[in-house]
Design a protein around this ligand. Sequence first.
Ligand code: GLN
Length: 251
Amino acid sequence: MIIRVGHLYPEYLNIYADRGNIAVFTRRAAARGHELRVDPVTLDTPLEPGSHDLLYVGGGQDREQAMIAPDLAARGDTMRAAVEGGAALLAVCGGYQLLGRGYRGRDGSWLEGAGLFPHETLAGETRMIGDVLLESTLDEAPGRTIAGFENHAGRTVLDPGAKPVGRVVAGYGNDGASGFEGCRVGRAVGTYLHGPLLPRNPWLADLLLSWAVAHATGGDPEALAPLPDELEEAAHAVAAARARSRGGKPA
Ligand code: GLN
């Protein structure tokens, strides 16, 4: 089967090796006999809600965010319709921020977001940097650990009732205060975690891929055949141990 991926603004939102997440999707799909077709979706590229099974938005600095924000905000209806139609989506850091209602920078400027995730982000004076360990709050994988790295000045505040991706075991998470990280709407997952995220959390890559396959077939998501993940599990353990050494509260 062909899994159609839309990679938004790859030449603008690409820091912290976020492209590595696409490489993981490609490898893990191929191991199950599926081909990943990745279309770059950049400024003014037409995008239809049903045209992709998985959408990916990476991280970027405030400067790059400002360059693509008007284009992304104008796609708000499309992004919401895509997710309501069952497409999977992964957004990291700067992309995660701009898929909310908006981002207020240190200079007071307001970047309107796409309004997919129920949150707003306000830049703080200090950056929140370091290894992070989460316990998943995703219904499909409660309590599973997610390890990654965060580096952001933005504090993201979820609306009441919004679903996070995980509970913070070590690190800052969304805002360094709520104890939660990320946001989930339907099959859309937004998170601050990069590093990149998926090589050390292969189960999360497979969950997103299973959603993309379900979108492609029109069926219900089914667990993908397991792969030998010794190296991935070892990478996860190293990152998790580094995060734990920061302690249970923000370092
Ligand atoms: N505006 C972002 C911040 O909070 C950029 C985050 C990122 O993608 N590094 O710092």
